[in-house]
Design a protein around this ligand. Sequence first.
Ligand SMILES: [Cu+2]
Length: 489
Amino acid sequence: MVSRRSVLGGALAATTLPFLGPGAPLAGSAHAAEPTTPHGSGLAESRVPRAFSTPMPVPTVLRPASTSGDQDFYEVTLRKATAGILPGAATDVLTYDGHFPGPVIHARTGRKVVVLQHNGLDMPVAVHLHGGNVSPESDGNPMDVFDPGTSRTYVYANRQPHASLWFHDHAHHMESEHVYRGLSGNYLLTDDIEQGLPLPKGSYDVPITIRDARFDEDNRLVYSTADRNRTTILANGAVTPYFEVAARKYRFRLLNSANLRFFSLSLSDGTPLTQIASDGGLLERPVSVPVLPLSPGERADVVVDFSRYPVGTQLVLNNSGPGSIGQVGKVLRFDVVRTAEDPSSVPAVLRALPAAADLPATVVTREITLGMDEDGRPEPRGFINGQVYDPERIDTTVALGSSEIWTVTNTNRRVPHNLHLHLVQFRVLERDGVPVGPAEAGLKDTVRVMAGSTVKLHVTFGGYRGDYVYHCHMLDHSSMGMMATFRVR
Ligand SMILES: [Cu+2]
């Protein structure tokens, strides 16, 4: 197979991107996000910005270069840029059209989106629409890259219901570093069902992408595989920012774009979050969640009603996931600064989804295992069903339109994983033999699979014939080989 090093070739070596190689320590993989040192970011403590000292940016919405009857056409250039992430300093990042955090594309079901991507970087790239039901030519398969100086047209038919999707780089062996350095953005697909609901809209509907990062003394983003020292938390690209809100309801579209870190999110006053959507769009009903778990690649839309707080209130979005609370325990702070009218509401029923018992009959049951070397070797491998990813191999063949049960087991003793399938939205039926709760019972494309545990999925392979990948979305792990290919025939 192609190694990450050979993919790097001379291309990356000629750039200024630091590459610490696959020999970076893995000892931390058991709790991949836990720091080993008290201030393990590598950044002097004095240079870490004070929490809540910068405003949270709202990502830029891309405008179509042109529109016609049934489609919007976008033109985007992937290029290097600098971002002011740390105080008084510029950090080199990789971007779509210069935007850090990544930009937002708004799409509507039934209306095609065409994106012409120009590769202005010095590495091959592939753009994947995560959660999209997309033809194989436009899926951004890891081996289907386009080179520096060339362009590629991606066509998104949007023949699927509303969902908070996202797009990101998927170039094999490089997706992890590329996403880490900035190559991701939101793709918010809406439809008549969603638009017909009185949920918060416009400036009260805010994407919040959370991730971690590690900086060096020169304000550079440091990337090394399975790095446990990414302990600076970014919300929309800003370090533990504040966000000024009105005393009314907001919809926040939360996305975990981190490579390894699992977040467990909660409000500092103990008020539960009202979760209204998961990866594949609205849940059937809103769910009150005291703590919201979000693994890499997962999305959850929540509504927070700030009208319960007087103006002047400050409310922190906390993280109780792996890691030191002092380093990674705070994500951002909501500052209630004004009152506002609020015509929005959260209906008791958001959409209709078939009950588990009413899902299409399944013809095949498969056992999928996820695992990686846990013995501390310098170049750990990732496996699906015992095999490292080989792009020449078709691991699973499914029939177009058929439904299958996938039983997915994490065979590691300590390392958590998750599983993302391209092309489809699936349903999670069970977790360790127990039916999942309502927050996980909607449409999903990425599911957490904790060490030693098993999830049972119902997957319908609709839309397109072709080859697609499934992989752990801890991108360091997929880079290590925890990826496989299914063919829809
Ligand atoms: Cu993994």
